[in-house]
Design a binder for this molecule. Structure first.
Ligand SMILES: C[S@@+](CC[C@H](N)C(=O)[O-])C[C@H]1O[C@@H](n2cnc3c(N)ncnc32)[C@H](O)[C@@H]1O
Length: 222
């Protein structure tokens, strides 16, 4: 079973070797996710499950990035990266549960979660929180591996599901299941990384708009 304690335990174990095993192989997807955020001057961006901060150098200088993660050992490595690489676009890195964030509503222009959707124990709360802290009309991106429909990979992923707690992720989360259980409305679904084995899911935040907020199409024309 996946729970917050199991996730913390798993990432305490992974932290020291994470960049070696999951750095280069996942990097095209990270780059693609940041590009699809269409960052504008002054945007405030939340990266949920920022991990060791591998994506942080990809953000342009003209935005402010806040990263959160549940794992202190992962965050420690992210903080060291920010200092070493002098990443001035990083506003803060905070220890926080994505299922229960402490930010006020509408705090961010864009929210992105890379390789996190199959790790968080409660996806419904996670997506609800992402939508709450993102302003109406802002961009939300989930980048993740979703389960294969058939073939050998489907069998392997199904067999691995029973080890979710130890692995620290659910290897058999389907995109349909994710969208159905969270109610997230995707505007774009794009294959990512090697063999398109991962998926970028992008949607405009469809909360009721306040008069002061701008739409995604407004922001793209600027
Ligand atoms: C597979 S790693 C991805 C790290 C990073 N986004 C990357 O691109 O490599 C998943 C991260 O999500 C974090 N995470 C899992 N559940 C979380 C939660 N409920 N709240 C905050 N972070 C969480 C884990 O601690 C871990 O650092």
């Amino acid at each position: 079973m996946m729970d917050l304690k199991a996730v913390e335990k798993a990432y305490k174990r992974y932290a020291g070797v994470y960049d070696f095993f999951f750095g280069a192989v996942f990097h095209p997807g990270r780059r693609m996710a940041v590009e699809h955020l269409h960052c504008k001057q002054g945007d405030r961006i939340l990266e949920v499950g920022v991990g060791t901060g591998l994506s942080l150098p990809l953000y342009p200088d003209h935005v402010k990035v806040v990263g959160i993660d549940l794992s202190e050992p992962m965050l420690k490595l992210a903080r060291e990266k920010v200092e070493r690489e002098e990443l001035s676009q990083v506003e803060s890195l905070q220890l926080m549960n994505a299922q229960e964030m402490t930010f006020p509503d509408n705090s961010f222009d864009r929210v992105v979660a890379m390789y996190v959707a199959s790790v968080v124990p409660d996806r419904k709360e996670f997506v609800r929180e992402v939508q709450r802290v993102c302003r109406p009309g802002g961009i939300i991106i989930f980048l993740n591996h979703f389960a294969s429909d058939s073939g050998l990979m489907e069998k392997v992923e199904t067999a691995m599901t029973r080890f979710s707690g130890t692995l620290g992720f659910n290897p058999h989360l389907s995109l349909q299941e994710f969208l159905k259980e969270t109610g997230f409305e995707a505007d774009q679904i794009i294959p990512a990384n090697l063999f398109g084995y991962w998926t970028l899911v992008l949607g405009e935040n469809k909360k009721p708009k306040s008069s002061a907020s701008e739409t995604l199409s407004d922001s793209q024309t600027m």
